[in-house]
Design a protein around this ligand. Structure first.
Ligand code: PLP
Length: 441
């Protein structure tokens, strides 16, 4: 029982993990919300910590045997406060949320009554599902089922329109005003948001899931200066394990309310292996080396953006302040789905995304790409220039197929796997990726 490793016990799963290892190694990963975490973090995730139940808060557990787990969780909390420069008399942190969406739901559950109001950036404008997303026909996210939601949007150039936000917020009067995004290439004006929140008597919450690595290294504005609550995932630019955190100002007993919402309100036993991995990464992010990494993530996104513009690509907001680019494809006459498909076939992972002006969220005309993963793998300027040309080649393939076979996705995609230009490009990309750093080198 204790000696058999995966390859002995289950070849099928073992082979699938190897397959995924090779996919990651031979792919250009441009999904803006992903990263390659360290071996140290992965060791925590595969450790005996996964065996232990520890419902409750450190030193106040529902089960015995938690003396070590308590030390790990307290270490993680202390490092979280330290990493973001927070004072424990003013701020509390909960590192038990399983991930970003549960963290956000725990905030609403702790601080609001069912039916209270939240307001965040609309999903097609770059916001996240868990900020209250619903369509005219359907309440999609549970955050819109249990709370009333009205979003604010970006303008036609892709920037958040704070004047319009203020008008909408004054009219709707949300109990929590949420800032933060999954596909917004610019920074946030927290001071202005604080003024709006104060005017309407709302809590101000920042969800820094995407940008926490940039915030912790002080490469973006500091949400802690103005917000009451800050939530984050830990596996994106922060480069930690897949997990979540909630920071809350110790006012009006809000830390207790949120702790109770996490457990027993929404979750059971914390994932201690994740919490240990997060503790390790929160030590890592305080090193100069991590700051240098984040600076490169940003400069690489800006460099790639300029290279793409030279090749005729149009960027939402014409550039970026952070780790991602939102690329408009309308000028090429193709959709994000077609671009995503061709990129996938040539081993470039990215995702279709709504861009300003899109009529339907179901057929977005843009793509979102991020630089965290390939910066981790050490891709240099020469590589980013190559990538810009490969992306342009993917556009050209989409257009050529469209001209030859028609716009309908089914006609356009007929026998696409046999396309010679796709096969050739894929080979070139695989060979390039094999040269980059990955876990074993
Ligand atoms: N918040 C933002 C801004 C996100 O971008 C995401 C995920 O992409 C989440 C929350 C949710 O995180 P998770 O997928 O870990 O639930």
């Amino acid at each position: 029982m204790f000696v058999n490793n995966l390859v002995t016990v289950d070849k099928e799963v073992s082979n699938l993990i190897n397959e995924e290892f090779n996919r990651q190694k031979c792919n250009i990963e441009l999904i803006a919300s992903e990263n390659f975490t360290s071996l140290a973090v992965r060791e925590c995730l595969g450790s005996v910590l996964t065996n232990k139940y520890s419902e409750g808060r450190p030193n106040r557990r529902y089960y015995g045997g938690n003396e070590v787990i308590d030390k790990i969780e307290l270490l993680c909390e202390n490092r979280a406060l330290e990493a973001f420069g927070l004072n424990s008399t003013e701020w509390a942190v909960n590192v038990q949320p399983y991930s970003g969406s549960p963290a956000n739901f725990a905030v609403y559950t702790g601080l609001l009554n069912p039916g209270d109001r939240i307001m965040g950036l609309d999903l097609p404008s770059g916001g996240h599902l868990s900020h209250g997303f619903e369509t005219e026909k359907k309440k999609i996210s549970a955050t819109s089922i249990y709370f009333q939601s009205k979003p604010y949007k970006v303008n036609s150039d892709g920037w958040i329109d704070y004047d319009e936000l203020e008008i909408n917020a004054t009219d709707f009067k949300p109990n929590i005003l949420i800032c933060g995004a999954s596909a917004y290439p610019r920074d946030f004006d927290y001071k202005r948001l604080r003024e709006i929140a104060d005017k309407i008597g709302a809590y101000l919450m920042a969800d820094i899931a995407h940008i926490s690595g940039l915030v912790v290294t002080k490469q973006m504005n500091n949400p802690f200066e103005y917000c009451d609550i800050v939530t984050s995932t830990t596996h994106k630019t922060l480069r930690g394990p897949r997990s979540g955190m909630i920071f809350v100002k110790k006012q009006d007993g809000n830390d207790r309310k949120i702790n109770e919402a996490v457990f027993p309100g929404l979750q059971g036993g914390p994932h201690n292996h994740q919490i240990a991995g997060l503790a390790v990464q929160l030590k890592e992010v305080q090193k100069e080396e991590f700051k240098e990494y984040i600076k490169k993530v940003i400069s690489n996104a800006q460099f790639l953006g300029e290279e793409l513009k030279k090749l005729g690509f149009e960027l939402s907001t014409d550039g970026t302040d952070n780790h991602l680019l939102l690329i408009k494809l309308k000028n090429f006459g193709i959709t994000g789905s077609k671009m995503e498909k061709v990129c996938e076939l040539v081993n470039i992972s990215l995702n279709k995304n709504c861009v300003p002006g899109d009529k339907s969220a179901l057929s977005p005309t843009g793509i979102r790409i991020g630089t965290p993963c390939m910066t981790t793998r050490g891709m240099n300027n020469e590589g980013w220039i190559k990538l810009a040309h490969w992306l342009k080649k993917c556009v050209d393939i989409c257009v050529e197929r469209q001209n030859r076979l028609g716009k309908k996705l089914r006609d356009w995609g007929k026998n696409i796997e046999e396309d010679v230009s796709i096969k050739e490009l894929r080979e070139e990309i695989i060979n390039y990726c094999k040269e980059l750093n990955f876990y074993e080198n």
